[in-house]
Design a binder for this molecule. Structure first.
Ligand code: ADP
Length: 527
């Protein structure tokens, strides 16, 4: 990659032989002038020629040396004067001496002043070179990809368009897309640092003319925006652009540059670029993952809803079938027992109502609808639940004993929810005792007040109790140890109770069997 350096005016340094020749010539000239001035009768200001001696010698002398030569030349002129005119000093010869001495003095001071300005110039040139070197090292070593580009031609072109009356460059370029590629060809890349070469590859091999045409991806729109910024004489430009690296890869870069006020400085504009391809891709991947997650969680919600409904509707639907079968049996009697048919029909209506209430409640739970708590009398609720489970209890020969603790008879709850919880716990108890062939199948339901803060309904069975493994995952959705189980019952019950500020917990009784405790927070009206 070519990097332009500031070129310095070629200064040919004086060699020692040059110095010697100059001093020798000065010496010969001084001796000649002195001789002519002292020993000939030429009546003119010969001593003025000492100025040439001084000029000849000055090149190879220090400031002190210049002073010394001036002093010697002046002294020689005075000596010559007194040697020739000591006895008859006249005004014209005195004037000539004065002119010669004045010329010497003026020349000496001019040489000294010139010397000072020359040293100042050299010092400022050295400082300039130093700052150029520093700039180069910052440019080269920067980890940001930096390009030095010449935008002067493209600026002239754009300003020319403006002068012809173009006001909106975007509109103009939309009608004549070829101007974009023309603008691209007018920009020359002068230098690129190592980071820029890493980013896009070596431009020297691909674009010997330094044009940046090769780098613009076909879908790039940022270049036009940059042209608009120059056209509108903005002070800076920043934008995201698609560039093609030397290996053909498309890179998304963030570029930024300062546009000078002075048009003559457009030949050296620094363009900084940061590769944001990976960051952008990560962001895209993140958004995709988020969308996937949303889809998955929606699917999971739908899944949970259907699993929950399937589970909870199992019981009322089962009861409906049983009652329908019973009704059919009563109808087949001759004569049909109309009163019994009526009872079965009423039970079927009750089960259907419960099924629809379960659906409604599950929906409202999932949509986080605020449910109004009702006063629920525990004796009535438990009696009703028992009646609902009558068939299952009778089939597996399970008895239910209920004890009410002091003051634990009403709670504030959503009736259908509390009933669902009790049905789940009683069903599990019946199933586990039937499965393990427990000889005396009993369920004990107790209600009690705790610390005047909550009411607890405990459901105890006399089965094998909860295994250690099951205890750890009891309330995790889809955890089941049953061949045909769904593993949703306990998790639904726990979340329903928690949603109302209560809880559902489990433990093993010291005398055997499992105990499930339903905790309902107390309200002021509980008794
Ligand atoms: P499912 O009844 O479909 O398995 P549950 O969530 O109601 O789903 O129960 C999850 C698991 O908890 C059961 O599979 C069983 O292992 C355990 N479990 C529930 N109730 C009892 C109980 N009374 N005694 C022992 N284990 C129980």
């Amino acid at each position: 990659m070519r990097i332009n350096h500031l070129t310095t005016p070629a200064a040919v340094p004086a060699t020692p032989s040059h110095h010697f020749a100059a001093r020798f010539a000065a010496f010969i000239l001084a001796v000649t002038v002195f001789y002519v001035d002292t020993f000939t009768s030429i009546e003119s200001a010969i001593a003025v020629l000492y100025v040439i001696v001084l000029l000849l010698a000055a090149e190879s002398l220090s400031r002190k040396g210049i002073w010394a030569v001036s002093f010697v030349c002046g002294s020689l002129a005075i000596v010559s004067y007194f040697g020739t005119h000591s006895f008859s000093p006249d005004f014209p010869s005195l004037l000539r001496l004065a002119v010669s001495l004045a010329a010497l003095l003026i020349t000496c001071s001019l040489i000294l002043r010139n010397d000072r300005s020359r040293s100042d110039l050299i010092a400022s040139h050295a400082a300039l070179k130093d700052s150029e070197r520093r700039y180069r090292s910052i440019f080269e070593q920067s980890r940001v990809a930096l390009w030095e580009r010449d935008y002067s031609q493209v600026r002239s072109f754009l300003m020319g368009l403006k002068a012809t009356g173009v006001i909106d460059l975007r509109e103009y370029a939309a009608a004549r897309p070829e101007i974009i590629s023309h603008c691209v060809s007018l920009i020359r890349t002068v230098a690129a640092n190592a980071a820029a070469r890493d980013l896009l590859g070596t431009i020297g091999e691909i674009a010997p003319d330094g044009s940046m045409r090769r780098y613009l991806a076909p879908n790039d729109v940022t270049f036009l925006e940059l042209m608009v910024a120059i056209f509108n004489e903005e002070n800076s430009f920043e934008g995201k652009g698609n560039l093609m690296a030397a290996d053909g890869q498309t890179k998304l870069v963030l570029m930024s540059m300062t546009l000078p006020d002075d048009s003559s400085k457009f030949d050296r504009i620094i363009v900084g670029m940061v590769d944001i391809t990976e960051g952008e891709m990560t962001q895209k991947a993140l958004l995709e993952a988020q969308a996937e997650l949303t889809r998955a969680s929606r699917a999971a919600t739908v899944g949970a809803l259907s699993a929950s409904l399937a589970h909870e509707l199992n019981q009322p639907l089962g009861a409906l079938v049983v009652n329908a079968q019973t009704m059919l049996r009563w109808m087949d009697r001759d004569p049909p027992d109309l009163a019994a048919i009526r009872r079965s029909a009423e039970r079927m209506i009750r089960d259907s109502k419960r099924a629809s209430e379960i659906i409604r409640n599950t929906r409202s739970l999932l949509s986080h609808e605020v449910q109004i708590l009702e006063r629920v009398g525990l004796p009535e609720l438990i009696a009703e639940t028992r009646a609902l489970m009558d068939h299952d209890l009778g089939r597996e020969d399970v008895t239910v004993d209920v004890t009410y603790g002091p003051g634990a008879r009403t709670v504030a709850a959503v009736r259908i929810e509390l009933q669902q919880v009790l049905i789940n716990l009683i069903s599990n108890a019946i199933q586990v005792m039937a499965e393990k062939n427990v000889p005396r199948r009993r369920i004990v339901i107790e209600t009690e007040r705790r610390d005047n803060r909550s009411t607890v309904i405990s459901v105890r069975d006399f089965g094998p109790g909860i295994s250690e493994e099951a205890m750890a995952r009891l309330f995790v959705p889809f955890f089941t140890t049953k061949a045909t189980g769904m593993g949703m019952g306990l998790s639904i019950c726990k979340s329903m109770m928690e949603a109302r500020g209560g809880d559902l917990s489990a433990r093993n009784h010291t005398d055997g069997g499992a105990v499930f405790e339903v905790t309902i927070p107390m309200s002021e009206n509980d008794d």
